[in-house]
Design a binder for this molecule. Structure first.
Ligand code: T46
Length: 138
């Protein structure tokens, strides 16, 4: 997997005069079955989240309110994606180092995840991540 496998997903938006609604169901819009949903909020100014990689976990990250940026790093290449719309998701494949930063005041980051929480799936040390990528490439 590389950063180029991590794509922007346009999520369905149902508009009406009173506002918009986005509904996400397994089998459509998201390229994996969701086993967990969590959200990050009340992030203090200047604070980052993430700074780790997952071995198996795939996720879809959505700025359901406000905005923030996501740095993706596959060990060789990096890219930064700004998320600022509730009907846009960032599909993050396994094996990507990710860091979330530049949170606007009141931003809410919703994450749909392919697996339950498992600390053993995390790589939280960057040098360990680089070694993991190197070993995966054979
Ligand atoms: C990711 C970014 C975007 C749980 O108990 N259950 C959970 O489902 C999660 C995600 C976390 N936790 C506990 C584990 C830690 O004690 O919550 C605490 C904070 O977790 P963490 O430092 O991993 O939080 P972030 O915001 O740095 O990272 C999270 C996800 O862990 C990660 O997968 O991609 O959000």
């Amino acid at each position: 997997m590389t950063i180029y496998d991590c794509s922007i997903l346009e999520l369905p938006k149902v508009p009406n005069a009173a506002g918009n609604l986005t509904a996400l169901e397994n089998g459509s819009a998201i390229p994996f079955d969701t086993q967990r949903v969590y959200y990050i909020y009340d992030v203090k100014s200047g604070q980052d989240r993430g700074a780790h990689a997952h071995k198996e976990l795939e996720q879809c990250i959505v700025a359901v309110s406000g905005a923030f940026e996501v740095l993706l790093d596959d060990g060789q290449r990096k890219k930064v994606i700004r998320l600022d719309r509730p009907n846009i998701g960032l599909n993050v494949k396994p094996g990507m180092w990710r860091q979330l930063f530049n949170f606007s005041a009141g931003a809410v980051c919703l994450v749909l995840a392919s697996h339950p929480y498992d600390e053993d799936d995390y790589i939280r040390d960057y040098e360990e991540f680089q070694a993991y990528v190197h070993d995966s490439e054979g």
